[in-house]
Write a protein that binds this ligand. Structure first.
Ligand code: ZN
Length: 479
């Protein structure tokens, strides 16, 4: 998830329900010694690559070149020819890597993606060294262990394993690890590769392992999320002006007062509930894991999306609320120039997460109608860049379900819309069939992406390694 545009980006699928809400969850299979695992040599290789990557600072300021060089060296050493290992990017320190395992040409390639960059880590807020892999209490600690170097490491280990095993897929298997997912902006690797080297990453199917997660609680695997869509980031500014003057002689046109009235109206407003196919299936699945009152509200919303009482009830669950409609909270406010002067200017930042099909012009029209004051200027700071919801391909979904249950019997695959954003926006805008899928189980309430003491469970990591190995082979098979 990205830092600047997406600082609050948390996949709704990452934290669908609060830990208290999950108290009512039905029995689910527990991860156990019976869960399939990769050979010990593969575990060791994945750990080694994870340690190497975590040890390399790939924050925005430093870049990714050392990581791409390290990975390229491994693929070359394993016998991948130069032509099948591409390293390139818009700047010397902003490198992407694409590795191809050739198949028999029976279908379009399958591409697996994750990003190499990480957000900064403030050393004195961590209990361990952020840029060194530490294994402690059943976890791997370090910046990127959850977002998302663990996926880079296990995908790399799996491709090296497949090569070692002499495996020839029906379709080409491509790994694509990109730079600047977090910072976005001028060097986003997916955007850049699509614009400059699209044939290298052209694929019939994209699996972004940064955009999915397996949900667990107390070591129990609850479900595997399949990200099909994401909300759209958009930022607006409301601005007001006043004539100013001495604070002892107030006028009617107080810029702060006017802005405050606009903000109060906007704060009270709720965008209409609209349920796409993904959200419907997500709500249907999640109702089993929430308290009875929330489950009843979900039932009511599914029956009638215009049921305002039900929507009000679900506002107390920010994760569920975010699934139902576009949201536009105020996040920053500023105004006035002096303690004893009437304010001449005031402004507020409105940070929206729009439903994928929300029309930009309708958002502006909604602001105008709700604020109902021509004296409040609305401007667009960051225009919405939407991406279409991925259609659920039954063959692909069936494969993901089979691989999921081969690992964790009885565990469902649940389509999910991220409330935050991922690189899938670029893939989908380019017309590539793209899903977010990962086999890495994250404990409910233990999402530490971008936070301090970031970590991933050791067992979760190794199980995810095997999940991805199976998924790579299953999706690379001809259909
Ligand atoms: Zn990420």
């Amino acid at each position: 998830m990205t830092l600047i545009r997406r600082v609050l980006a948390v996949s709704a699928a990452l934290a669908l329900v609060s830990s208290t809400a999950l108290a009512a969850a039905p029995a689910a299979p527990a991860a156990s010694a019976a869960t399939p695992r990769s050979p010990a040599a593969s575990d060791a290789l994945a750990r080694e690559i994870l340690a190497e990557l975590v040890g390399l600072d790939t924050t925005h300021a430093v870049g990714s070149a050392k990581a791409t060089a390290a990975l390229a060296a491994r693929f070359h050493a394993a016998g991948f020819p130069d032509g099948d290992v591409y390293v390139g990017g818009p700047k010397p320190d902003k490198m992407n890597i694409v590795v191809r395992l050739h198949g028999r040409g029976r279908g379009e390639p399958v591409l697996f993606n994750a990003h190499l960059d990480v957000v900064e880590a403030v050393r004195d807020t961590w209990s361990v060294e952020p840029f060194r892999l530490t294994e402690k209490d059943g976890y791997f600690y370090g910046r990127g262990t959850q977002d998302v170097k663990e996926e880079v490491a296990l995908l790399s280990a799996n491709l090296l394993r497949l090569k070692r095993e002499g495996y020839v897929p029906d379709r080409d298997l491509i790994l694509f690890f990109n730079v600047d997912e977090e910072a976005g902006g001028d060097a986003n690797g997916v955007e850049w590769m699509l614009a400059n080297h699209r044939p290298l990453i052209e694929a019939g199917l994209v699996i972004n392992q940064d955009a999915g997660k397996v949900h667990a609680q107390g070591g129990r695997i609850l479900w595997n999320s399949l990200q099909t869509s994401e909300k759209v980031y958009a930022t607006y500014t409301l601005a007001t002006t006043g004539s100013g003057g001495h604070s002892s002689l107030p006028t009617r046109d107080n810029a702060i007062g006017r802005l405050a009235r606009a903000l109060a109206r906007l704060d009270a407003y709720q965008f209409p509930v609209r349920l796409g196919p993904t959200t419907r299936r997500y709500l249907e699945a999640s109702r089993a894991y929430v308290p009875a009152a929330e489950a009843a509200a979900i039932d009511a919303i599914l029956k009638d999306p215009a049921d305002r009482a039900a929507a009000e009830r679900l506002r107390d669950s920010p994760m569920l609320n975010a699934q139902l409609h576009s949201t536009c909270p105020a996040t920053v406010v500023a105004g006035g120039q002096s303690e004893s002067a009437l304010p001449m200017r005031a402004q507020a930042t409105i940070q929206c997460r729009l439903l994928p099909d929300e029309k930009p012009e309708e958002v502006l029209a909604t602001f105008a109608r709700v604020i109902d004051d021509a004296g409040v200027q609305v401007s667009v700071d960051w225009p919405p860049l939407g991406s279409p919801e991925a259609v659920l391909d039954p063959a692909v979904v069936g494969t993901i379900e089979r691989v999921t249950t081969s690992m964790w019997p009885g565990v469902p695959v649940v389509p999910a819309m991220s409330s935050g954003a991922s690189d899938n926006v670029y893939f989908r805008r380019a017309g590539l069939k793209t899903y977010g899928v990962s086999g890495t189980a994250i404990e409910e309430g233990d999402s530490r992406a971008h936070g301090r003491d970031e970590r991933v469970g050791v067992t979760a990591f190794y199980e995810s390694l095997e999940f991805s190995y199976r998924l790579m082979k299953a999706l690379a098979a001809a259909r």
